[in-house]
Structures are given as C-alpha cells and as structure tokens.
Write a protein that binds this ligand. Structure first.
Ligand SMILES: [Zn+2]
Length: 427
C-alpha cells in the first residue's frame, strides 16, 4: 500500500521550534519529524525549499464576531463605551441576512488566514428572524476555505423587555436556543485530534442572557461534551450591571451558574483583579497564577481588523508597557497566540511545532522594507511588524500560497461585501 506523500519543509530561515534547524517533515496532516542541524529526514519526502521563510505554528484566534466585518468603523458607534456602543450597533445587526453573513464570514476568515491564522473561533450570537442557519453558513465557508474552526452557537435572551440591552428583534427564547444548540452540535461537531469543525456553546454575556439560560447552557455543554465560552469582565459597565442585577462580580456570578470548569474559556478578563485597570489585561500575573492565556482579534466592529499577527505585536507592546522589557519577550507573545490559544480552546494537538502535532503552519517572508537589516528572524516578525503570511498550511494542505488564497476572487469579494455592509448600515 502506498504511504501518504510526505513533505520536508526544508532549511527554513527561522523556525519556532528547538532541534528543527533543517526543517520539519509533514505527512497525512501531522508533523512526523523534526530535522536537526546537520541532519537529514529519515522519512522519504518531497521537499519545499523554505530558505526565504520563517516558520511558525499556525496562529490560533480565540475570539471573534465574524459578522461584524460588515459594521467596521461605523460612525454611530465610534468612540463609544461598551454599552452605548452596543446600543448603536444592535439595530444595524438586526438587519443581518444569510447572504450578508456569508460574505462577512468569508472576509473575516480570509483576513485571518492571510495573517497566518490556521484555527479560529467565532462567537455568533445575533439571530434575527431568517438567520436561523447562521452556524451552518459559517461551517460551509470554513470548509470552502480550509480553515480549522471552533464555532460557537451564541445566544441572547434578555432583551430590553427584561431589563437587558439588546432589542427584542435580535434575541431568541431559551427553548429555541437550547434546541438549536443541540442541533448544530449533532450536525457539525467533530471529535478527535484531526477535527476541522467543532462547535461550542456561548451565551453572549451576563447582561444579555438570563441566569436560567446560563445554567442550562452549562448543563447542556456538559451533557454534549463541548466547550463553553462567553465575554466576561470586559468593562466597568459590566461589573456594575452584574453587581446591581446579581449582587456579585462577574466571575463570582459565573461560578454560581456552574461555569468555572475546564470546558470554559473566556474573552477579555480585563477586570478580574481588585485593582481595576482600564483595558489592559494583567497577563503575566494571570499566567503565573496558572491561567491559560490566548490571543484573539475580537469582532470587527471594535478592533476593526482580523489580523492575528498584528495582535501578537499589540499584545507584546501592551504587556511590555505594563510589565517592562525584562518580563515580556517576542517569544511570550508568540506563545500566547499559539500554545496558549490552543490550551484555551481545548486543542493541545495544535499550536506547536513538535512530532505528532497537527501540520498547521504559517510561513512569513522577510523581504519587505520593514524587515531590511534584521538579525534574529523570529524576533523580526514581532518587532518589525509582520502582518501578512506568504504561505499557510492547515492539516497538511496549503491554503495560502504567494500571499493569496487560491481560487478566491478578492476584488469580487470586496465589492460584494462592501455592498452588503452598505445596505445594512443605511437600513
Ligand atoms: Zn467579543
């Protein structure tokens, strides 16, 4: 019987792995060999000459809202704090259609892939009438582009009627949410280390979901053995709302709802400590306390870009500003976006260049002006501001080549996505 074809990623300019100076061999979607200095592969393999490339484990995005690429830099939401920002955007998001979502998801996933991201989560929680198949639409786009995904079936059921923030038009009732959560897990969730599509459950936030739904979602995730996700401790507004509504801070509330266990990962976590800092997560202290730290781009109505490599640099600079040069290196920031993110999403087989791990790789060239004169190639990626991968491999398949997605008509995508965004924004 024929062996599956192996590829030697040969003699990279740099690589985020020890003992792989001459590259790595991938076969059947996995890394099967690291080739050390002076060594040769023992596996018979074709080779890809990587002398112009710095090789990273594919970056993993732990938080996003793909549909928000349709509402980037929206004038009504500019410079607003979280709650008024949401109130400006909800009525626009209520106009989301299946075709617009398809385009928004395609744009977000394409941006991520081109930035070197190989696995992404998405938190989709807006389900206006007619958009019941939102998660199915996202799965179809992921399959088309070849990106690995952990899509969350989000939810909101506390609308203005019940003292919540969202208008009635974008929320669903608890029974509908739980039934559809079961449906999408049964239909799409793959198990095992080679899974390309997984589903998690993700009530939007403590201020848009009832306690009953928070508890029922945790119980359902336990029964279905899938992961749980939500926003938490993002702003002071949220802390105040939680204290008024539930008499406790958000993390305590989560514990009361049965959420603090190994299947949960949280977005933000800015305000977990007694010392309130605005907008900069105390990452080093949290890592030392045993918290797994990953990176995410967050939704494109707030970031407003989906470039994960740029967020590696942003995290590096923010944490250096907080902790100083001696405590945060470029390798810390790269670890957060790879192994750290993999731990957050429950995929330890991803995020690292090692034998047996998935062949998910991001290859960057250093031939742009911004890199000219560099010494250490890995450090140059972060310090000089790499933002575009030349090649990306997911599960052994090249999904980005020459800085482009094969088969994707980018000008056409931009034209159609821009038209859909304009239609939503003007109403
Ligand atoms: Zn978010």
């Amino acid at each position: 019987m024929d062996q599956p074809r192996a590829t030697w990623i040969k003699d990279p300019l740099g690589i985020l792995a020890d003992g792989a100076e001459r590259g790595i061999v991938v076969r059947n979607g996995r890394i099967v060999e690291l080739v050390p200095k002076g060594g040769q592969p023992t596996t018979p393999a074709a080779f890809f000459e990587a002398g112009d490339h710095v090789v990273l484990p594919g970056l993993i995005n732990t938080h996003h809202h793909f549909y928000q690429t349709l509402t980037r830099a929206l004038p009504a939401a500019l410079d607003r704090e979280l709650f008024p920002w949401l109130q400006a955007l909800y009525p626009v998001w209520a106009r989301l259609t299946p075709e617009a979502l398809n385009l928004g998801v395609t744009v977000a996933m394409s941006e991520l892939l081109l930035s070197g991201c190989t696995t992404t989560t998405d938190h989709h929680y807006v389900f206006p009438a007619g958009l019941e198949d939102a998660i199915d639409i996202e799965v179809a786009v992921a399959n088309r582009l070849g990106v690995r995904v952990l899509l969350t079936r989000g939810s909101m059921n506390r609308s203005q009627r019940d003292g919540g923030l969202p208008p009635d038009s974008v929320v669903q009732d608890e029974d509908t949410i739980l039934a559809d959560s079961e449906r999408v897990v049964a239909r799409h969730h793959q198990r095992g280390e080679d899974a390309m599509v997984q589903i998690a459950l993700a009530p939007c936030s403590p201020f848009s979901v009832t306690t009953s739904l928070m508890r029922a979602t945790a119980a359902l995730a336990d029964g279905l053995d899938v992961r749980l996700h939500t926003h938490l401790a993002e702003t002071e507004d949220e802390n105040k709302f939680c204290e008024q509504m539930h008499g406790c801070r958000p993390l305590d509330y989560l514990e009361q709802c049965g959420w603090l266990n190994a299947r949960t990962w949280l977005a933000h976590g800015i305000h977990f400590t007694a010392v309130e800092t605005s907008g900069c997560c105390p990452v080093c202290d949290m890592e030392e306390a045993g918290v797994q730290i990953g990176l995410g781009v967050d939704g494109s109505a707030s970031n407003d870009g989906s470039n994960l490599m740029q967020e590696v640099r942003a995290a590096f600079l923010l944490q250096r500003a907080r902790y100083g040069v001696g405590r945060v290196s470029h390798k810390d920031a790269l670890r957060w976006a790879t192994m750290g993110s993999a731990a957050c999403v429950g995929r330890p087989e991803l995020g690292e260049i090692a034998v047996g791990k998935a062949a998910d790789l991001a290859l960057f060239k250093l031939d742009e002006l911004r890199f000219s004169g560099h010494g250490d190639p890995l450090a140059a990626l972060v310090l000089c501001g790499a933002h575009r991968a030349d090649r990306v491999m997911v599960g052994g398949n090249w999904v980005v080549t020459g800085g482009a997605i094969p088969g994707l008509d980018m000008p056409d995508l931009i034209r159609r996505h821009s038209a859909a965004a304009h239609a939503m924004q003007v109403g």
